[in-house]
Design a protein around this ligand. Sequence first.
Ligand SMILES: Cc1cc2nc3c(=O)[nH]c(=O)nc-3n(C[C@H](O)[C@H](O)[C@H](O)COP(=O)(O)OP(=O)(O)OC[C@H]3O[C@@H](n4cnc5c(N)ncnc54)[C@H](O)[C@@H]3O)c2cc1C
Length: 390
Amino acid sequence: MNTMTETNHFTQDDERALLDAIDAWVEKSVKPIAREYDHEDKYPASLVEEMKELGLFGATIGTQYGGLGLPASTYSKIVIKISSVWMAPTGIFNSHLIMAAAIERFGTPEQKEKFLPRMATGELRGGIGLTEPDAGTDLQAIRTVAKKNGDHYVVNGNKIWITNSGNGGAILLLVKTDPTAEPRHKGMSLLIAEKGPGFIVSNKMKKLGYRSIDSCELAFQDYKVPADCLLGGVEGRGFQQVAGGLELGRINVAARGAGIAKGALRLALAYAQERKTFGKPICEHQSIQLKLGEMASQVQAAELLVDHAAKTYDRGERCDMEAGMAKYFASEAGVFCASEAMRIFGGASYSVEYEIERFYRDAMLMCIGEGTNEMQRIIIAKQLVARNAQ
Ligand SMILES: Cc1cc2nc3c(=O)[nH]c(=O)nc-3n(C[C@H](O)[C@H](O)[C@H](O)COP(=O)(O)OP(=O)(O)OC[C@H]3O[C@@H](n4cnc5c(N)ncnc54)[C@H](O)[C@@H]3O)c2cc1C
């Protein structure tokens, strides 16, 4: 059973009021700065402060820890709304909330009390530190090692692409506590790693899209983590804990993909009515209508798949197949709609004066993050077989 179900007292009226507040905030604060901040790869510090006020850092954290305790179905609608204007800022609270969800689900009572209230306010902002230069999809191949030494672990190794690790204060760090274990996953653990001596942010990476948000390379050099920060208090459970948190992560990447698709459609629809060729708006040409019809259908389908996966998650049911389908379809819809919108904009699509080029650059990440779309289809197929065993 996930914790959101337990803490959810949210009515439809509450949801509507919250989504209206998000809409107003996006119009007032996000839309006006998106193009400049993206082009200059500038961290949106003002948005972080406003996200704190909106409660976004505690969106899915239980109310007993000071969070909003939102169900995933409401949370995913928030993510779609923001991503339909600028996807990148959602990354500031998304991976933070995956970290929080893992602590809430697997942490000891002391760990929950120590970290979740600070995370809910945004005072402590986090992310997830899994990927290494030589291990992404194959996470069991990680080489970062944590050796127990009395009341703490000593960590050595490297991570790459870790979102929020530059501006945030902590990450959930995947390590090998027993590098010789067989099978390999039995030697893996998660540490709640707050910044300190030996936790080195070695490089803020330059990216095609998803700019403004810090994705960094990290080096751990004799970095000490208190032993009571081992998630759940028992070694060897890290891989299962990561897998358990991926469902929420996939729903949220799916929501970002659906948001990108929706935003690209909105921009293309407006442009197609303004731009005239051969004496009429281009939306009256059949080739453009075919694109708009296909894009609108994909947007609708993506939103429905996200909502279905989120509601399955909220009921506390196993949803790796549903989340995988939503993540796969919605992220591909994002790429498709952004790319079709580029064609509708014609030459203007290549001008940085228009917004659509950002959607095009941002879209592809959703096919890669939280498990590549190749892996999603494999997960879907395995679940299909398991659920329909002959
Ligand atoms: C902007 C950005 C932000 C990120 N943020 C984070 C973060 O916050 N935290 C974090 O831990 N990571 C983060 N990542 C890393 C991301 O999760 C990985 O890039 C992703 O998991 C893929 O791993 P990889 O890049 O090592 O690709 P690889 O694992 O090398 O895969 C390369 C290709 O091979 C395919 N492939 C691999 N194995 C198989 C298989 N068994 N069957 C079929 N196909 C396979 C993949 O689908 C892919 O097409 C981020 C990445 C980016 C680009």
